[in-house]
Structure formats: structure tokens, C-alpha cells
Design a protein around this ligand. Structure first.
Ligand code: 5AD
Ligand code: SF4
Length: 460
């Protein structure tokens, strides 16, 4: 008789790429006999998939490890063993320091070593403790991870096409934790997209830390741009919507901008971080673009797709930022009017150049700036929501809503939408009258319940 499945609990912190990685880790451990559980208390193996982008995010790991330690102790008193692994960017950045600080950890595994998980977990099960796997192996981890199984339906799925970053913005840990830029080959991405579509996915969000720097090997032996990849993915049967994130302004090429005008399956939403609105700070950040470059770029994108919803990331309190620099950031926000924006207080990350720069901004100043910026951002976000009320929008329904009888999905502009409707509409694009909206979600009335689809692109 086969042994009962062992239980795996994964807690994911941070970005969408970590969510994607968590799924791939669960898949990689399936053949080792692990089935996922949402209840940590019954888990034989707990993986914390961690984020190192800001100090707060990194510290969460150690407080979470306290909770895991308590679970382990409780299970141990019942004669049950619990293995504990730390994965993700904190694992990569801190390596052996984690097992020194938290002896309860059996395994530390960096993002480039996930394909080795079955072997590493087997070692931990064999009694080896304090295993650290944080090297950057030469092989392509994606090629060594098992194919994604087709038995889980996810209407909107993530698909990592690119990983790592060569930009070295002076505040950012990503080039160190995720390593050098790497693009997966087109054939592997296409195969994964077909499997996802076969499993019921209707929307794909292409992921990469620098996704628009994508230059993966095409079937013709030449590197393909992100625009070319998206064009090809738009022909995959049953894939109705495509998105991509996160982009760098420097890599928004003309083809990609034009695609926002030409490709109906490419959604009118773009996350394009600018980080700071002063050229002096942008230079100190090593962003390799000016405020004017960014503003001109936005102009070209809006010309191609006038209704595009723009989103961005902004940092306040970068070393040396003066009141005038901050005012320039507000000015760029006022001029651009983002549908959504994520703003952060600068957090010095060990090992990054900015951590050692003169002119670190006092916390109280940075906090005030953040509040001021967020109030401005919120006013624009509210205005964007107001602008969609009264419109009829095609919504891709993804799941049941919070209240009985409700279903929930997203508008083309990535806004969550909920409305009363039958569950059979999940997985379909339906025309919805938007009747109300708040900061987090729009309320829609589903017209007639019939499915709405954008005209299918001709293949070829
Ligand atoms: N401090 C504050 N914010 C940061 N980000 C990246 N590194 C830092 C840091 N050291 C923000 C950037 C990036 C987003 C993912 O996180 O705005 O675009
Ligand atoms: Fe970090 Fe993005 Fe800059 Fe790369 S481009 S270093 S991921 S902020």
C-alpha cells in the first residue's frame, strides 16, 4: 500500500514571482509524496517563501519562524516531526546566517535551486540539519522543474518568462537575490501556456523582474522580444487576456508600445515604476532615465492606447532627497495621474550601494512624505474608479465572491469587480454594467448572463 501523503504548507511573502515559485515548489515535491495543506498545524514540511525587498518584509520571516517553531514543538509533543525550510530572497541573501539565528530551520534554499528541492528535502528527511543551497547553478532551473500539472484550474495564471535583473538600481537587492537577467526560451513558455490554457486558464500574466527586457531564444534560433512573445501567446487557443509585469522604462520599446494599440488581448494596464521625480535622485538611484524620458514615454504609450490604466512604484526618502526633490516627485504624479501606485519609504538594504550613501533621510521626514504622496495617489485612484462607474466593461470572472450568489473577476484595467451571477460564468468574459466602486472593488450588474468574447485573432 502506498504511504499516506505527507502534508506541505507553504507560506508566501512578497511579489507575484514568489507566488509562482510557491506553486512550482509544490509541484516539484508532489512526486516526493507531498500534498498541499492550508493548515500549518498538520504540515510535515513547512516552507516559508520569503521577500527581502525592504527591511520590514525581511523581518517578517523571523517573526513567522517563531510561529513555526511553536507548531513544531506542539507536533513534536504528539510524536510528529516537522521539517522547516526557508526559501525565497531572504534565503538567498542571508544563507547560513538563517540557520545560525534560527536553529529550528532544516533547509535554506535560494530561488535558483528550487529544482533541487526533492533531493534537498530527502536529505533533511534523512536527518541532515542546517542545509544551505544558495549557489547560482549554471543549468536552467525551469528546465529541471517538473511540467506544471493540468489538474488545477486557475482562470488567471502567472507565468514566469524572465527572472533576475542587470540594472543594479542602487537601492535594490534583486540583482543580488535573483541574480543576472535570464529569459526562458519561447518554446518552454509556449508549452506552459498551452498546458495552462488546457487546464482552464483564460488570462496569463507574464512575470519577470525586468519582464520587458525579455530576450528569450525563439524557435527560429534568434532572440525574441517581449512584444513578439506576446503576439505569439495571443494565438494560443482559449487564452483571452494577456498582461505583463514588472517593466523598466528603459526597455519599453516601440514594438511593445505599438502592441498596446494593435493586440486586443493585451490588456490596457501597465505597471511602470519611475521611483523618483527628480533627475538628481534618479541618477543617484542609477535608474538610467530622466523625468523627461519617463514623461515622454508615458505620452507615447497613451497615444497608442488612450484608455490605458497606468500604475507605478515610487520611493520616498532616498538618501539625499530634499523637499524640492520630493516636490518634483509629487509633480510627476500630478502630471501623470496614475490609476494605481505603490509608494514606499526607502529602506536601506545591506550590500546595496545606497545603504552607504550620505544624506540618509530621517524617518519622521520620510514618513510625512509618504503620507503626503499617498493622499495624492489615492485622490487619483478614486478619480480613476469614478471614471469607470457608469461604463460597460468586459469582466473576466475568476472565482466566487465573498457573498453567496456573487462572482468576482477583473476589468481590463485590472480592477476587481464583483456582481450577482451564476458560477457557470467563472472562466468567461462577460459584459458588466459598472454601477458603483470603492477603493478596493467595483460593483457590477451582469447584463444578460451571456458570454462575451473579443474577436479571436487569426492564427499565423
Ligand atoms: N526601499 C524601499 N523600496 C524599495 N523598492 C525596492 N527596493 C527598495 C528599498 N530598498 C521598491 C521599488 C520597487 C518595488 C518592488 O519595491 O519601488 O519597484
Ligand atoms: Fe531592482 Fe527593478 Fe532596479 Fe532591477 S530594475 S535593480 S529589479 S528596481
Amino acid at each position: 500500500m502506498a504511504p499516506p501523503p505527507k502534508k506541505l504548507h507553504i507560506k508566501t511573502f512578497g511579489c507575484q514571482m514568489n507566488s509562482y515559485d510557491s506553486e512550482r515548489m509544490a509541484e516539484a515535491l508532489g512526486p516526493s509524496g507531498y500534498a498541499l495543506t492550508s493548515d500549518m498545524a498538520e504540515a510535515d514540511l513547512v516552507i516559508l517563501n520569503t521577500c527581502h525587498i525592504r527591511e520590514k518584509a525581511a523581518e517578517k520571516v523571523y517573526s513567522e519562524l517563531g510561529r513555526v517553531r511553536a507548531v513544531k514543538a506542539r507536533r513534536s509533543s504528539l510524536g510528529l516531526d516537522t521539517k522547516i525550510a526557508v526559501a525565497g530572497c531572504v534565503a538567498q541573501a542571508e544563507g547560513a546566517a538563517i540557520v545560525e539565528r534560527a536553529r529550528v530551520v532544516d533547509l535554506v534554499v535560494g530561488p535558483q535551486s528550487y529544482h533541487r528541492l526533492p533531493e534537498l528535502i530527502a536529505e533533511a528527511e534523512g536527518g541532515r540539519r542546517g542545509i544551505v543551497a544558495t549557489e547560482f547553478p549554471a543549468e536552467d532551473k525551469f528546465a529541471h522543474l517538473p511540467e506544471r500539472p493540468v489538474n488545477r484550474t486557475r482562470t488567471s495564471a502567472f507565468l514566469t518568462v524572465q527572472e533576475g535583473c542587470d540594472k543594479f538600481c542602487t537601492f535594490c537587492v534583486v540583482p543580488y537575490t535573483r541574480g543576472a537577467e535570464f529569459s526562458r526560451p519561447v518554446a518552454a513558455i509556449l508549452a506552459e501556456a498551452l498546458r495552462l490554457a488546457g487546464a482552464g486558464s483564460r488570462e496569463l500574466t507574464l512575470l519577470g523582474q525586468n519582464v520587458n527586457a525579455y530576450h528569450g531564444l525563439g524557435p527560429d534560433g534568434a532572440p525574441w522580444s517581449l512584444a513578439k512573445l506576446i503576439k505569439r501567446l495571443a494565438q494560443v487557443p482559449d487564452i483571452e487576456r494577456l498582461r505583463y509585469t514588472t517593466s523598466h522604462p528603459r526597455d519599453m520599446d516601440d514594438d511593445l508600445i505599438q502592441l498596446h494599440a494593435d493586440e486586443p488581448k493585451l490588456m490596457p494596464y501597465l505597471h511602470l515604476p519611475f521611483q523618483a521625480g527628480s533627475d538628481r535622485i534618479l541618477a543617484a538611484m542609477n535608474r538610467k532615465h530622466t523625468v523627461r524620458d519617463y514623461a515622454e514615454l508615458i505620452g507615447r504609450i497613451r497615444k497608442a492606447r488612450p484608455d490605458i490604466a497606468l500604475s507605478t512604484d515610487i520611493i520616498v526618502g532616498f538618501p539625499g532627497e530634499t523637499d524640492a526633490d520630493f516636490e518634483a516627485t509629487l509633480e510627476l504624479v500630478r502630471a501623470t495621474r496614475f490609476a494605481q501606485a505603490f509608494s514606499f519609504k526607502y529602506s536601506a538594504r545591506p550590500g546595496t550601494p545606497a545603504a552607504d550613501m550620505a544624506g540618509q533621510v530621517p524617518d519622521a521626514v520620510a514618513r510625512m512624505r509618504l503620507l503626503t504622496l499617498q493622499a495624492l495617489i489615492d485622490s487619483h485612484a478614486r478619480a480613476f474608479v469614478q471614471g469607470t462607474i457608469g461604463r460597460k466593461l468586459p469582466v473576466l470572472f475568476e472565482r466566487k465572491g465573498r457573498k453567496p450568489g456573487q462572482i468576482a473577476g477583473r476589468s481590463p484595467y485590472h480592477q476587481p469587480v464583483h456582481g450577482d451571477g451564476p458560477e457557470r460564468l467563472i472562466g468567461q468574459i462577460v459584459e458588466v454594467d459598472i454601477v458603483a466602486g470603492g477603493p478596493n472593488s467595483l460593483t457590477g450588474v451582469i447584463k444578460s448572463g451571456f458570454a462575451w468574447r473579443e474577436p479571436r485573432q487569426a492564427a499565423g
